[in-house]
Write a protein that binds this ligand. Structure first.
Ligand code: FAD
Length: 719
């Protein structure tokens, strides 16, 4: 396993040299991993880096992170909030594609995911919303003691370094008034509000007030209803993205010889043995327990596979798409799928890869035409150059403003109130989540295992209560500066799946992305699409408010209200009746649905007989020492953007892992700690690590090619 002669290109090692506004990697050679670590963390994204940081606080414990992607290079397209949405640097993207979406238009969808140290936090829209008290209490109600809002609030705070220094004018007029008793001020991740907001934010908030809906001064108190300005994971002073790498890794890697990071290393399977008469009893599996003793990994399909072993645990943090696929190819998953893959069954676990949930999203363009209106589209030519100079010099101006700053969360009740012509589906709303639901909501075959049906039935009972409440969101609307109101389903009823197609995840040209069938099954339950139709009808009410009319919206069809056809230049030629209108909207929804990038639920924390994959300590059922800590463990996707929840889950996971170590494994043996000579982050070895707290403090010299933003995130301005 330990092969000193072979340079592994393992790359615990880089140095950042911030000259010429760029980060350089030093060349790396012959840097070896230790043969054995206490904990091996698969994936250095949001959850992986949190857990790595916390576990390696104890110098006696050795931790290895294996990350498939590389370190990002602080490029402006990543770090400058105003450039979010201009596309993903290709090297940082897994480039997943969904399967054909049979309940939509039978087409596939692109599905970007972070393939880089920091994972999704390098690509994401930096929106920071926790969700509601009820979201997490629902997790608890599904059999997970300790995972309610009260159990997670300390971890939301532990993650956060909230900085409340935004312009006073925003505080007064919008309003932004954070409740500081509910925020953390000493955590690793800086959270704040941007320095600049487009004036259109104010129109949107006022429009909601006109409709009699609340405006939230702080979205992160556990109540989330009405319109609001959302905080962002960004540095207050620098006004740039703050991500998991800068928050959790860079400040400690240099100082902790017990923490190793190896980049460009894709884990291809877990190494498991089954103990028939184990002294460790796995609940529900008696004395038959799968024990992980390491993982297999490689730099590329062409390179030899290598292995590294662990004393304590393998911790999966590869995200909700790859973690379940890795379990399957390693022999943990639904037996029929494992048999098809021709892998031996270590644990027959029906839930692995099922229960996938995502926020289906549609961007509708209402086209603000007010003369002289300053929008993101104004940022071209000399205006963009001036904005860049301002950002470089002062950290002010429109480039401090992320793609999404202004959103609204609305209840189902609010959507249907005052709309007697709503989509016919809602005439049956009482039966929306009836126990006699159609099995179509669940993936066919193994996805309808008795335990999964039972779990889904329990979820529906919970969801029914949440959807009936007037104070809880069913829908999110995200508003940008040019006139897009993007709607997304916050409590989807459709369930999808992730399934490995090949026992070798690197086989073929597309590697992992080509060997995983990702099927969100958007609108497998009719509710999800019907809700989006209703949302688009609601958007018209928002657009019709006095405040929004000031922006002179001129939507095309089908977004415009047929009843006000004379106000719009290019809408329906004749007034469509309600049925035709709903059909037109439904057609547009089915054509345009894309992901909000909130994939979750595929290794759900739920009881085993409800299709669960991990127990409330996040240990995979039937195993002694495999844990999952990423977005896959969410039993129900939270009705909000995910990262705050993922950070909090990972913070709590780290505490659970620390507690369990004391209970059943005892301290690591000193011999297992890799020799410091294998660690490049020794100060004396001539290679410098990243400086503590270093962030991307760059100017604006290199220019991303500018055009209007690509439709890679959140918003798709429609025709
Ligand atoms: C484009 C985009 C926009 C988003 N916008 C927002 C937003 O504005 N606000 C918000 O709250 N949330 C947002 N999210 C969601 C949020 O970023 C994710 O929920 C979060 O990153 C999930 O964390 P994770 O640890 O589960 O997985 P990730 O952060 O994705 O980390 C998984 C890591 O594992 C690595 N990995 C995977 N497989 C392997 C393997 N076999 N071997 C080694 N390494 C592997 C990956 O490269 C990656 O680094 C967005 C996500 C994306 C992709």
């Amino acid at each position: 396993m330990h092969e000193p002669q072979q340079a592994m290109q393992l790359v615990v090692l880089w140095a950042e040299k911030m000259s010429n506004n760029r980060a350089h990697r030093l060349s790396i050679n012959a840097v070896m991993l230790g043969p054995t670590y206490d904990y091996i963390i698969v994936g250095g994204g949001v959850s992986g880096l949190v857990v790595a940081n916390r576990l390696s606080e104890d110098p006696e414990v050795t931790v290895l992170i294996l990350e498939a992607g590389d370190l990002d290079s602080c490029s402006e397209i990543v770090t400058v909030p105003g450039l979010i949405g201009h596309g993903f640097p290709p090297a940082y993207n897994w480039n997943f594609t969904t399967t054909r979406q049979e309940f939509l238009d039978n087409r596939t969808r692109d599905y970007g995911q972070g393939h880089v140290v920091g994972g999704g936090s390098i690509l994401n829209g930096i929106v920071m919303t926790r969700g509601t008290v009820a979201d997490y209490n629902a997790w608890e109600a599904l059999g997970n003691p300790g995972w309610g809002w009260k159990g997670l609030l300390p971890y939301f705070k532990k993650n956060e370094r909230f900085e409340a220094n935004f312009p006073q004018a925003h505080a007064d007029t919008l309003p932004i008034r954070p409740d500081l008793t509910l925020h953390g001020t000493n955590g690793p991740l800086e959270v704040t509000y941007p320095n600049y907001l487009y004036n259109q934010s104010s129109n949107f908030l006022q429009g909601f007030s006109e409709l009699g809906m609340p405006v939230q001064p702080d979205p992160n108190t556990g109540a989330l209803l009405g319109a609001m300005i959302v905080p962002a994971s960004m540095l207050a002073k620098n006004q740039s993205r703050h991500d998991a790498r800068r928050a959790y890794l860079d400040p400690v890697l240099h100082h902790r010889p017990n923490l190793h990071l190896a980049v460009q290393q894709t884990v291809t399977r877990l190494l498991l043995r089954t103990e028939e008469n184990s002294t460790i009893v796995a609940p529900h599996f008696g004395r038959r327990v799968a024990v992980a003793y390491g993982v297999e990994f490689t730099t590329s399909a062409e390179e030899p596979r290598r292995t590294v072993s662990c004393n304590h645990e393998v911790i999966l943090a590869a995200g909700a798409i790859v973690s379940p696929a890795l379990l399957q190819v390693s022999g943990i998953g639904p037996a029929p799928i494992l048999n098809e893959l021709n892998v031996s069954v270590h644990v027959n676990l029906p839930g692995v890869g099922f229960n996938l949930q995502d926020h289906a999203m549609v961007g509708a363009f209402y086209n603000y035409t007010k003369p002289g209106l300053f929008t993101e589209h104004s940022l071209v030519g000399p205006v963009l150059e001036r904005a860049k100079q301002e950002y470089s010099a002062n950290r002010t101006g429109p480039l401090t403003s992320p793609l999404i700053t202004t959103v609204a969360f609305t209840s189902l009740h609010a959507l249907l109130a005052n709309d007697t012509n709503h989509h016919p589906f809602f005439n049956t709303i009482a039966n929306l989540t009836s126990p006699t639901f159609s099995l179509q909501s669940l993936p066919p075959g193994s996805g309808r295992h008795t335990s999964l049906v039972r779990g889904y039935t329990a979820q529906l009972a919970v969801l029914r209560k949440l959807l009936a409440r007037k104070d809880l969101p069913a829908l999110e609307i995200m508003a940008d500066s040019i006139g897009t109101l993007t709607v997304s389903v916050q409590r989807p009823l459709s369930r999808g799946s992730v399934r490995a197609l090949n026992r070798d995840l690197l086989a073929g040209e597309r590697g992992v992305a080509g060997n995983v069938a990702l099927d969100p099954r958007y609108c497998a339950h009719e509710y999800d699409c019907a809700l989006l139709v209703q949302a688009l009808r609601f958007n018209r009410r928002v657009i019709a408010t006095k405040a929004m009319q000031e922006l002179m919206p001129r939507p095309g069809k089908p977004w415009a209200d047929p009843a006000t056809v004379e106000d719009a230049e290019k809408t329906y030629e004749e007034e469509g009746d309600n049925e035709q209108d709903n059909e037109a909207l439904l057609g547009a929804v089915k054509e345009r649905i894309q992901t909000e990038f909130h994939v979750s639920g595929t290794t759900a924390m739920m009881p085993l007989d409800m299709g669960g994959v991990v127990n409330p300590r996040l240990v995979v059922y039937g195993t002694a020492n495999v844990r999952v800590v990423d977005a896959g463990i969410m039993p129900l996707v939270v009705g909000a953007h995910l990262q705050a929840g993922v950070y909090a889950v990972a913070e709590k996971a780290a505490d659970l892992i620390k507690e369990d170590r004391k209970v059943w494994l005892g301290p690591p043996s000193p011999a297992s700690i890799p020799s410091p000579s294998g660690t490049v982050f020794n100060k004396g070895n001539g290679i410098s690590g990243p400086k503590e707290g270093r962030n991307c403090t760059f100017g604006m010299s290199s220019r991303p090619s500018h055009g209007h933003r690509h439709d890679t995130m959140h918003r798709k301005p429609a025709a």
